[in-house]
Structures are given as structure tokens and as C-alpha cells.
Design a binder for this molecule. Structure first.
Ligand code: KAW
Ligand code: ZN
Length: 588
């Protein structure tokens, strides 16, 4: 083994120079495909990816010649990351090509899926079906869209997903990973990670149960009790979202105290002629107010901020892009003028702020402290933006009610985004981890999915499901093969971060009314954490920013405490649901 540190350092320098060129070329090909889905662009992307995999394989082989024991922590960390190349480890060209083709085919099916309704009109997910779920209160229309979407997306990719699981596990086994899920969990540096997130979920479950009970009661008033199963579940198509993952669109129906200003600023944004560009400029202004890095010209010139109108098929699910050349940083989003997309814009820009803050680091250290950190950055900013104070200061809210009732209304709008999401954020990778480790066979894919949905989310299928359905495939992250527990982690730690920034800014009021806009002390605390990238274990970054080294649900519970009290009073003993899905009465 080579035990010369200067040689190891020059290997790293050469590696960075070479891989910046290789990766940015491969990412440019991916961008071309995501912003214009054609067979040609897909083939070019697959070919570029195969090439960069081979270069990564060679670099990993070279890196394994060096003696890690003589290196400092950061250099050793960099070498370990260079050697852990994930699914790029597959050296069989047929299998490697097939793996990439299967993934790009599933991504294409999902991103071009449409639901054809009556008069030959076929609706895509964004913006049409998303708007329909936000605005329609027609049970049958929602059911047709819910079922149609699953027929057009998930049902079309069950065989492909089955093939993907085998190919992915095989590739990762070459590096010694037990399965794909084990590889994904290794990003959190803790062998007890599964247990840690289970404990967090159990801590937060009672709060979700209270919100679920309140929501169920409100929905029964709208749709009639006969539309709800005896088991206590809420039918999955009635929560204002294609996956029932966030319920913000129901805020006006769910508002506890009527007669107060609506917490849904979507109408106001439309009335004021908001454009996608203006929403991005608003988010950019917030980062600037914290003394953090604003988006560079390349961002504004290169990004795709709205769905093209030239008939091109694009991947509309939002994404942020680091081209690993320290110059090009972009967002791709089919931005609609809604409050939900106002959040997503801040979420995506949070990814880019992280890119900008760590771009000075060697390539392998340009990543989140852990994947949950990357997902939390934009959401922390959004917690300040959504306060009534901030909404009023940007002219999207007319009056701020400081009375208890207005406060509860505001907390309800936040709970419909953050509390509603928790079981969904938790269950997706419970399902995937069990598939990757072989505990769930392809015949069981859909049944296990609904078992988790009924058990943890208290949501049931509105129509009977069959084994030819593949409902997990109707959610972007499954065909896109993007891990999901990162969002559950983010929804917990973003409140720890929010509390740390509020403390740093000298704020002493209730956590849910804190707005750190214009506060450069808060910006410094956040920026200093982002600058670490993945150069240190995430516990170090957490300790530096919040004073403790663990994930902790306490700040989230503190934030929502006043609402929980209200919900417990409202619900009394009328809460909870049967862990198993309701059975469908066979029509005789
Ligand atoms: O998927 C997203 C946002 C998209 C993303 O920014 O997380 C994107 C997903 C993606 C990953 C890989 C390829 C393509 C898309 N992640 C990134 O762009 C990204 C970029 C760099 C580092 C890490 C992530 N949000 C999730 C979770 C979520 C629901 N509601 C929310 C509200 C606010 C924030 C997140 C959510 C969802 O829509 O279900
Ligand atoms: Zn994200």
C-alpha cells in the first residue's frame, strides 16, 4: 500500500480535476433529458452515465492502493467516498446498461403519464391533476383522477421495478452492501439508524393521530359519513393531494375559527400577478437578507422555472442541479402560482444555497452532512417566510390576528403541511427497505404498500386494489429511485435548525412566530454549517449548529404544542383507526 501522504494528496488533486470534467459532462446530458424527454436524449444520458461509471470504477481501484491508516479524518473520509461508488460498481456492461435503461424508462413512464377523462382530454400531473386535487370537492371526479393516475403510472412499471430491484442489489453487493437499502442507510453513519427513526416516528404519532381525527371529522361533514369505512381510515383521494402526503389545500375547509383571514395565500398570489420568476426572486432575496450567497447569473440563465409551452415532454417533479464545475447551478421546476409551490421554490433554492456554500470543497465532500440536511435547508427558510408577520411584510396577508384563535388557524395551516406528512415520509422507505432486503416479494408489493398506508397513515384505498396494481410507482421517488426517509429526517431536524437560528437572532417569542428575515447572525450560523458539506460526520454539523449531536423531535413538538392542546379538546375520545385496511364488501 502507498503510505506517502504527498502522493495521496496529488492523487486527490488529479481525481478532482478529472472527475469535475467527467461528472459535469454526464450531468449536462441528464439535464438535456430531464428538460426534453426524447429517445435520443435518453440514449445519450445512459451512454454518458456508463462512461462516468467506468472512470469512477478506475478511480476507486487506484484509491484502494493507498494506506488510509496514516491519513487525517478528512482525507480518509474523501478516499472512502471515492471508493464507495454505489451502483457504478457493476462491471458487467450488459447488466449496467440494463439498470440505467430500466431507470430511465420508469422515469419516462412517470413523467409522461396522463389521465384521459371523458371528452378525449388527457391531463398530466402538473399542473392539471395537481390543481384538480387542490380545488375539486367532487368525490367521483377525485376518484376517477386518483384511479386513472395509478393506472397510467404505477401499473405500467411493476415488471420494470421488479427487474430494477434485482439489478440494483446485484450491483451494490459487489461493494459488500447487503442490499440497496443498506447502502442508502449508510449515509447516516449509524448502525441504529432504522431504530432512531422508528423512535422519532412513535414520538410524533400521537400528534398525527389528533390531526387525522380532526381532519376525518371535517371531511365527513363535506362528503358524508357513508363515504368513510367503519375502520376509521380516510379514503386516500379526499385529502387534497394525489398521495395524501400534505393537506394544505384543505386549509379553508379545516380552519378551526372562521371569520379570520384565510391562511391560503394562493388566491392573493394570483391576484397580484405573481410569476414563477418573481417567486424565485422572493426566495433569493431572503437568502440575501441573511447575508448568505445569492443565486449567480448562471442560475437565472440556465434554470427551467416553468413548464415549457412548446409541447416538449419534461420531468416536472422539481429538482436542483449541481454541475460539479463550481459554476453551473440550476433548478428545474414546473412552477405553478400556488402557496405549495412557494414552499417548493424555497425548498429547491435551499439545495442550491448548499451547493454554493460548499463549492470550494473537493468534489467528494460536496454533499449534505447527511441527505436529511440537504432537504432541510430551504424548509428552514420557509418556516420564517410562512409566518403571518412575514406574509404581511411581503403583502400576501392583509392583517395579522394576534389573538389565540388566529394563532390556532395559522398552526393548523402549518400542521396540514408538516404533521400530515410525517407518516408518509416515514412509510415509503419502510416499504422499499423491505423490498430491497427481500422481505416483500413482487406479488406482495401492493398489499404491503397498503398495509403500511392503512397502519401508519390511517389512509385507505377508495377502490379495491389488485395485484396488477403497483401504487408505489405512482409516487415520483419510486421510479426515480430517490430515497425518501431523508424527508422524514428533514421534517424533524428543520425545527431544530429553526430553533437554533431563532436563538442566534435573539428572538425570544413562541417558536412558530419566529421570522429570521434580515438577520445576519442567523445567516452566519446556517452558512457556517452549510460550508462543512459532507467533510465531517453529520453529528458534528448538528452539534455545531444546535448544541446537540442528535436528531430531536422536541422543537417540532414545541412548535405545535398550542395546536395539540386544541385538537385534544376537539377530539376527545374520537380518534384513531384500525391498523388493517378495510375490506371491500364484494358486490353480490
Ligand atoms: O421531492 C421533493 C422535492 C424535490 C427534491 O428537491 O427533493 C429533489 C428530488 C430529486 C432527487 C433526485 C433526482 C431528481 C429529483 N431533490 C433534489 O433536487 C436534490 C438535489 C441535490 C441534493 C439532494 C436533492 N419533495 C418531496 C417531499 C415533500 C413533500 N412536501 C414538501 C414540502 C416541502 C419540502 C419537501 C416536501 C415530495 O415532493 O414528495
Ligand atoms: Zn429536496
Amino acid at each position: 500500500l502507498i503510505s506517502d501522504l504527498s502522493e495521496a494528496q496529488s492523487f486527490l488533486n488529479d481525481y478532482n480535476t478529472m472527475m469535475e470534467v467527467v461528472y459535469s459532462k454526464s450531468i449536462k446530458a441528464a439535464w438535456a433529458f430531464y428538460t426534453n424527454i426524447t429517445d435520443h436524449n435518453r440514449e445519450v444520458m445512459v451512454a454518458e452515465d456508463l462512461y462516468s461509471d467506468q472512470v469512477a470504477q478506475q478511480a476507486a481501484r487506484n484509491a484502494s492502493q493507498y494506506n488510509l491508516t496514516i491519513m487525517d479524518q478528512t482525507m480518509r473520509r474523501e478516499f472512502i467516498k471515492i471508493m464507495d461508488i454505489g451502483s457504478a460498481a457493476q462491471t458487467d456492461p450488459v447488466k449496467q446498461t440494463r439498470l440505467k435503461e430500466v431507470l430511465s424508462e420508469m422515469e419516462t413512464i412517470y413523467s409522461t403519464a396522463k389521465v384521459c377523462i371523458g371528452d378525449g382530454e388527457c391531463l398530466p400531473l402538473e399542473p392539471d391533476l395537481t390543481r384538480l386535487f387542490a380545488t375539486s370537492r367532487d368525490h367521483d371526479v377525485l376518484l376517477a383522477a386518483w384511479q386513472g393516475w395509478r393506472d397510467a403510472s404505477g401499473a405500467k412499471m411493476k415488471e420494470l421495478y421488479t427487474e430494477f430491484v434485482t439489478l440494483s442489489n446485484e450491483a451494490l453487493a459487489i461493494l459488500g452492501h447487503a442490499d440497496t437499502g443498506a447502502y442508502w442507510r449508510s449515509d447516516y453513519d449509524s448502525p441504529e439508524f432504522e431504530e432512531e427513526v422508528r423512535v422519532l416516528f412513535e414520538q410524533l404519532r400521537p400528534m398525527y393521530e389528533q390531526l387525522h381525527a380532526y381532519s376525518r371529522r371535517k371531511l365527513m361533514e363535506i362528503y358524508g359519513r357513508d363515504k368513510f369505512p367503519e375502520s376509521g381510515h380516510i379514503p386516500a383521494h379526499l385529502l387534497g393531494n394525489m398521495w395524501a402526503q400534505e393537506w394544505l389545500n384543505l386549509v379553508d375547509d379545516f380552519m378551526p375559527f372562521k371569520g379570520k383571514p384565510s391562511m391560503d395565500v394562493t388566491k392573493e398570489m394570483v391576484n397580484q400577478g405573481y410569476t414563477p420568476l418573481r417567486i424565485f426572486q422572493l426566495a433569493d432575496d431572503f437568502f440575501g437578507s441573511l447575508g448568505m450567497i445569492r443565486m449567480p447569473p448562471e442560475f437565472w440563465n440556465g434554470s427551467m422555472l416553468e413548464k415549457p409551452t412548446d409541447g416538449r415532454e419534461v420531468v416536472c417533479h422539481a429538482s436542483a442541479w449541481d454541475f460539479y464545475n463550481r459554476k453551473d447551478f440550476r433548478v428545474q421546476q414546473c412552477t405553478d402560482i400556488t402557496q405549495s409551490d412557494l414552499e417548493t421554490v424555497h425548498h429547491e433554492m435551499g439545495h442550491v444555497e448548499y451547493f454554493l456554500q460548499y463549492k470550494h470543497l473537493p468534489l467528494q465532500l460536496r454533499g449534505g452532512a447527511n441527505p436529511g440536511f440537504h432537504e432541510a435547508v430551504g424548509d428552514v427558510i420557509s418556516l420564517s417566510v410562512q409566518t403571518p408577520e412575514h406574509m404581511k411584510s411581503i403583502g400576501l396577508l392583509s392583517t395579522i390576528g394576534n389573538d389565540t384563535e388566529s394563532d390556532i388557524n395559522f398552526l393548523m395551516s402549518m400542521a396540514l403541511q408538516k404533521i400530515a406528512f410525517l407518516p408518509f415520509g416515514y412509510l415509503i422507505d419502510q416499504w422499499r427497505w423491505s423490498v430491497f432486503r427481500g422481505d416483500t416479494s413482487p406479488e406482495e408489493y401492493n398489499d404491503h404498500w397498503w398495509d403500511l398506508r392503512c397502519r401508519y397513515q390511517g389512509v385507505s384505498p377508495p377502490v379495491e386494489r389488485s395485484s396488477s396494481d403497483f401504487d408505489p410507482g405512482a409516487k415520483y421517488h419510486i421510479p426515480a429511485n430517490t430515497p425518501y426517509i431523508r424527508y422524514f429526517v428533514s421534517f424533524v431536524i428543520q425545527f431544530q435548525f429553526h430553533k437554533a437560528l431563532c436563538n442566534a437572532s435573539g428572538y425570544t417569542g413562541p417558536l412558530h412566530r419566529c421570522d429570521v428575515y434580515n438577520n445576519t447572525e442567523a445567516g452566519k450560523v446556517l452558512g457556517d454549517m452549510l460550508k462543512l458539506g459532507s467533510s465531517k460526520p453529520w453529528t458534528f454539523a448538528m452539534q455545531q449548529m444546535t448544541g446537540q449531536a442528535t436528531m430531536d423531535a422536541q422543537p417540532l413538538m414545541e412548535y405545535f404544542e398550542p395546536l395539540l392542546e386544541f385538537l385534544r379538546r376537539e377530539n376527545g375520545n374520537d380518534y384513531g383507526w384500525h391498523p388493517h385496511c378495510p375490506t371491500f364488501k364484494r358486490s353480490v
